[in-house]
Design a protein around this ligand. Structure first.
Ligand code: ZN
Length: 152
């Protein structure tokens, strides 16, 4: 469903309850209720595709320094509601405050489905970095719309 780099190993895989994970794969599977936060190996088992999970994991690792710079890169603006917005590479990222926590949503027009990060970040920087993960996830996993079909 999504991925997130926690910055350091700071949670236990919800599938095996033993692996300490930094690079989280959010998985859904008919056999389990809700969304599970998993490490790459358990994610691979859940989707019956270890290579695909490994590829996603490697991508997160290699993007780590760009992700670090994302919150301070040029192009961010703050609107009248206090949301932080950026348009980059065809994506629209909105970082918003919900209650006491920050979250973010990524969309790529004309795809109607927005992709949300968790809404549990204590600061705007962490939410921006999670938005970066979500953006890369959409880039790699959601097919670009066929331009000819859009004309119909
Ligand atoms: Zn696991």
């Amino acid at each position: 469903m999504n991925v997130e780099d926690l910055g350091e190993p700071q949670m236990i895989c919800e599938m095996c309850d033993s692996a300490e994970i930094r690079f989280v794969h959010f998985m859904q599977n008919d056999r389990y209720p809700g969304t599970l936060a998993c490490g790459a190996i358990c994610a691979g088992h859940m989707e019956s595709d270890l290579l695909r999970a490994e590829k996603r994991d490697k991508k997160m690792r290699s993007d780590a320094s760009r992700r670090q710079r994302f919150p301070t890169r040029a192009g961010w603006r703050v609107n009248e509601k206090g949301n932080h917005l950026i348009k980059t590479n065809g994506y629209r990222v909105t970082v918003f405050k919900k209650g006491l926590a920050w979250g973010a949503v990524v969309s790529r027009p004309p795809i109607a489905t927005p992709y949300f990060t968790r809404e549990k970040f204590s600061n705007v920087t962490a939410a921006k970095m999670a938005a970066f993960d979500t953006m890369r996830f959409v880039e790699d996993n959601v097919p670009k719309p066929d331009p000819f079909r859009l004309l119909l």
